[in-house]
Design a protein around this ligand. Structure first.
Ligand SMILES: Cc1ncc(COP(=O)(O)O)c(C=O)c1O
Length: 366
């Protein structure tokens, strides 16, 4: 092939104008765009843990001498560790470099060209991303005005081509959880249902024990948020042993690193510390919610996660985002037909809340 245009012609036609996932802005890209030194930027745009990981993780990683050796492809000790945490058997678990990759492997396992995936929008965009890459058809079912899943509409959307239903609880970016009875009603359709519990530790509601009774229920979790390991990339899912086995067979070999396994081990050995930090985030979430509610600029929605979704009541979300960014505070903004002029603010430390509220008050008064 003599030129790049020739190669481009061979790209799968369904991917030639594929729209990728829009990831959060990294402070590294903000040189010259903010009025504060880059190391003072307050990052409230990716739902990371403002307290970081367990100090035991950092100590163990500094002492690790095994990174020249591939990790166990069968994830045996990692799966045993996760089994201890979740109370299911290791054979039910598959780990991945972030729960994103498990979403992707599940879609690869179930979805071929023309198969339908029910997606309760607005929600986490990776369900769309992986479905479209695999040639599946998205069947979007709108949530109601309070962002609750419309169970009746989900059931009405089921067709003979439906192969997968995604439910995020708490939902990103809206922060609300799905009542267990609603999840159960959808699981009782017997179709494969993925319940994404990436923010479980901040809300405390889980359907994980129900995986013992429902073969079609798959539950995903992450170490990115509660355990402060977003940069290391580790998540896991709970499945029937047969589905876990199939996922293990299609996953990329050695995909969870040696250091990720160490980080999981040390995190689980330091649960009291991590739970204490999670409780601090939950307390701060409630304080932030109250403070945001007192502003006339924003309408915050109650949250069971480590972020708060808000409607922008004056001006545009992009305008607010830009002013906050200039002042060194990063948030996520949305302006789509389903999420008009809204922002998602991650819960930070108390000083981050204070800085944010003070800038928002200034904007309000200007
Ligand atoms: C609902 C939801 N699921 C899954 C993920 C992926 O998390 P990770 O790949 O870091 O485990 C995220 C990340 O933001 C999320 O919001």
């Amino acid at each position: 092939m003599s030129d790049s245009e020739g190669i481009e012609k061979l790209i799968l036609s369904r991917l030639s104008d594929f729209v990728g996932y829009s990831a959060s802005t990294s402070p590294d890209t903000l040189e010259g765009k903010v009025d504060v030194p880059l190391d003072r930027v307050i990052k409230l745009n990716a739902n990371e843990n403002p307290y970081g990981c367990s100090p035991g993780v950092l100590r163990a990683l500094a002492a690790c001498t095994d990174i020249h050796v591939y990790p166990d492809d069968g994830q045996q000790s990692l799966r045993r560790l996760l089994a201890g945490y979740t109370g299911v058997d290791a054979a039910n678990i598959v780990a991945g470099p972030g729960s994103n990759t498990l979403i992707d492997f599940i879609v690869r396992l179930f979805i071929g060209t023309g198969d339908e995936v029910i997606n309760c929008v607005p929600t986490f965009d990776i369900y769309r991303f992986s479905t479209q890459i695999c040639g599946g058809t998205l069947v979007n079912v709108n949530r109601d005005a309070q962002f609750a899943v419309d169970v009746k509409a989900v059931k009405n959307a089921i067709s003979s081509k439906t192969k997968l239903i995604f439910l995020a609880t708490p939902n990103n970016p809206t922060g609300n959880a799905i009542p267990q009875k609603d999840i159960l009603e959808i699981v009782e359709t017997d179709l494969p249902v993925v319940v994404d519990e990436a923010y479980y530790e901040f809300g405390g509601e889980t359907v994980l024990p129900l995986t013992a009774s429902y073969q079609n229920l798959m539950v995903l979790r992450s170490f990115s948020k509660w355990a402060g390991l977003a940069g290391l990339r580790v998540g896991y899912g709970v499945f029937t042993p047969r589905i876990a086995d199939r996922l293990m067979s299609i996953k990329i070999p050695h995909n969870v690193s040696v250091v990720a396994e160490i980080a999981v081990r040390e995190s689980l050995a330091d649960l009291d510390y991590l739970r204490d930090r999670v409780n601090a985030v939950i307390a701060e979430r409630e304080r932030l919610y109250e403070a945001l509610g007192k502003l006339s600029l924003l309408k915050p929605y109650p949250s069971k996660a480590n972020f708060i979704f808000c409607q922008v009541l004056k001006g545009s979300a992009s305008g607010l985002y830009n002013v906050l960014q200039r002042r060194g505070i990063l948030v996520r903004y949305f302006d789509t037909p389903l999420l008009k002029d809204s922002v998602r603010i991650s819960v930070g430390k108390p000083e981050h809340t204070d800085a944010l509220i003070s800038v928002l008050r200034e904007i309000e008064g200007s």
